[in-house]
Write a protein that binds this ligand. Structure first.
Ligand code: PEP
Ligand code: CO
Length: 448
C-alpha cells in the first residue's frame, strides 16, 4: 500500500460489502452528481474534532459516540432527530459528572445509511432477494424489486444528511442544548424510572452544581459553554463510491477530507489490510474509527494502525473494541499491550453492542442490558489493570421508547420485544436504557 493515493485509488483493491448495481451507467451518473454537491461539514470542524480526540487519548476528555444502527429515510423527521440529540445530551451531562472531563459528542447520525451484512442474499417466503443494506442502497421491504440496489438512494441519503445536520446545528446552537434544561430532563427521568432512586443523588448533585453556578451570577444565556454544544457526525464509511465522491481538497491546507461527516469508521467486516476500505481511509485527514472484533490479532492490529495512521498523529485513530462480554477479558489485553509497547497514539473506545447480539426465543435479534453492562465494566477494569486510557463508549441507541434490547430498569422481557421493535437493523437501547447506562458508567467511574 505504498502507491500513490487519490480518492479513487481504492478501486485497485478488493472492496467487500459493495452493492451490485444492475445499471452501472445510472450509478456513474449519481456519483458524478454527488461530486458536484456542497460539503456537509467544513474541514476546520474536522480538525477541531481531531484536536478534541487527541485529548481523549490522553485521558483529558471522554468520547460519547451513539445513534441508530441504521438511520431510515422515513424516520428522518424533526421529532426523531430532536429525541436522538436529547438522549445524547442527557447522557453527556451524566458522563461529565462521572468523569469530570469534557465529553466529545459524536452522533451515528446524518449519514448512517449503509450496512454491511453477513449474507448478500436472503430467502423470504421461498423467494431469494438481496439483503437489505441500508436506506442508501435499497429498501427494507422484502420484495425482489425493493431490494434491488438503486443508486438514486445515495443522492437521497446525501440530501437527508444535509437536512438532519441543518436541524442539529440549529438545536445545538439555538438554545435546545441549554445545560439547565438537560439537567431538568434528567431529574424527570430519575423521578419516573423504577430504579430512579439509585441515580437521584447524582442527578441532584448535578442540579446543585448548576444552582451554585447561577448563584455566582453566571447566567447560562450569556455563556455559550452552558448554552450550546458541539455535536459531531459520523457514519460507517462503507460505500466507497459515495465516500470518495464526497472527498475534497481543503482550500486552506490542500489536504484531502471526507466532507460527508466529521468522522467515518471502518466496520469489523471491511478492515482487511489489503482491502479497498483501508486504502480509501488512509488518504483522508478526518479522524477514522476502526472496529476491532474477535478475529483481530495483535499483529494485524499493529499493521492496521500503521496503515491508517502512519505519522502516529494524535486524535487520528479511534479503535472501537467490540468483542462481546465473554471474550473481552481474553482478547483485549494483548492488543492494549502491543499498542502501548509501540507507543502508538490511539483512542480506545468500547462498543459493547455488536459482540452481544443474539436471536431470542421469540425470534427477535436482541441484546441483553446486562451483557452490554458487563462488557463495559470489563473494558474499564482492563484499562485500569493495564494502565491505559479507556477513552470512550459507542452505543446503538434511540431517543424513542422502543423495545429492542431486553433488561434494564423496566426489565423488558423477551415476549415484550414485539411491542415496539422498530429497528431496520440491530437492536438499540431505548432512551431510558441509554440514560441508565450513562448513570451506571458515571457511578462506576466515580467509585474508581
Ligand atoms: C455497526 O456499527 O453497526 C456494525 C455493523 O458494527 P461492526 O462493524 O462492529 O459489526
Ligand atoms: Co449495528
Amino acid at each position: 500500500m505504498t502507491s500513490e493515493w487519490h480518492p479513487d485509488s481504492w478501486k485497485d483493491f478488493p472492496a467487500n460489502q459493495q452493492p451490485e448495481y444492475p445499471d452501472l451507467e445510472a450509478y456513474e451518473a449519481v456519483i458524478a452528481e454527488l461530486r458536484q454537491q456542497p460539503p456537509l461539514v467544513f474541514a476546520g470542524e474536522v480538525r477541531d474534532l481531531k484536536t478534541r480526540l487527541a485529548k481523549v487519548a490522553k485521558g483529558e476528555s471522554f468520547l460519547l459516540q451513539g445513534g441508530d444502527c441504521a438511520e431510515e429515510f422515513s424516520q428522518n423527521h424533526g421529532k426523531n432527530i430532536r429525541e436522538k440529540l436529547r438522549i445524547l445530551l442527557q447522557m453527556a451531562v451524566v458522563l461529565v459528572h462521572g468523569t469530570l472531563k469534557p465529553i466529545v459528542k459524536v452522533g451515528r447520525i446524518a449519514g448512517q445509511y449503509a450496512k454491511p451484512r453477513s449474507k448478500p442474499t436472503e430467502i423470504v417466503d421461498g423467494v431469494e432477494m438481496a439483503s437489505y443494506r441500508g436506506d442508501m442502497v435499497n429498501r427494507l421491504e422484502a420484495t425482489v424489486t425493493s431490494r434491488t440496489p438503486n443508486p438514486d438512494r445515495m443522492l437521497r441519503a446525501y440530501h437527508q444528511s444535509a437536512s438532519t445536520l441543518n436541524l442539529l446545528r440549529a438545536f445545538t446552537h439555538g438554545g435546545y442544548a441549554d445545560l439547565s434544561m438537560v439537567s431538568a430532563w434528567n431529574q424527570e427521568f430519575v423521578k419516573n424510572s423504577p430504579l430512579g432512586h439509585h441515580y437521584e443523588e447524582m442527578a441532584n448533585a448535578i442540579q446543585r452544581n448548576l444552582e451554585f453556578i447561577k448563584a455566582c451570577g453566571i447566567d447560562s444565556e450569556r455563556f455559550p459553554q452552558l448554552h450550546q454544544v458541539d455535536l459531531f457526525t459520523s457514519h460507517e464509511g462503507l460505500l466507497l463510491g459515495y465516500e470518495s465522491a464526497l472527498t475534497r481538497v481543503d482550500s486552506l491546507t490542500q489536504e484531502w477530507y471526507n466532507v460527508g461527516a466529521h468522522m467515518v469508521w471502518i466496520g469489523d467486516r471491511t478492515r482487511q489490510l489489503d482491502g479497498a476500505h483501508i486504502e480509501y481511509m488512509r488518504g483522508i485527514k478526518n479522524p477514522i474509527g476502526c472496529k476491532v472484533g474477535p478475529s483481530c490479532d495483535a499483529d494485524s492490529l499493529l499493521r492496521l494502525i500503521e496503515a491508517l495512521n502512519p505519522d502516529n498523529e494524535e486524535g487520528k485513530l479511534v479503535l472501537i473494541a467490540r468483542f462481546g462480554a465473554d471474550k473481552i477479558d481474553k482478547l483485549y489485553p494483548p492488543l492494549l499491550r502491543v499498542v502501548k509497547e509501540k507507543g502508538y497514539n490511539v483512542v480506545w473506545s468500547t462498543d459493547p453492542m455488536h459482540g452481544n447480539t443474539y436471536k431470542s426465543d421469540s425470534g427477535y435479534k436482541t441484546r441483553h442490558f446486562e451483557d452490554i453492562l458487563k462488557e463495559l465494566t470489563h473494558f474499564f477494569e482492563i484499562h485500569h489493570a493495564e494502565g491505559t486510557v479507556p477513552g470512550g463508549v459507542h452505543f446503538e441507541l434511540t431517543g424513542d421508547n422502543v423495545t429492542e434490547c431486553v433488561g434494564g430498569a423496566e426489565d423488558i422481557k423477551d415476549h415484550e420485544l414485539v411491542h415496539c421493535y422498530e429497528t431496520a437493523c440491530d437492536p438499540r437501547l431505548n432512551a431510558k436504557q441509554s440514560l441508565e447506562m450513562a448513570f451506571l458508567i458515571a457511578r462506576m467511574l466515580k467509585q474508581g
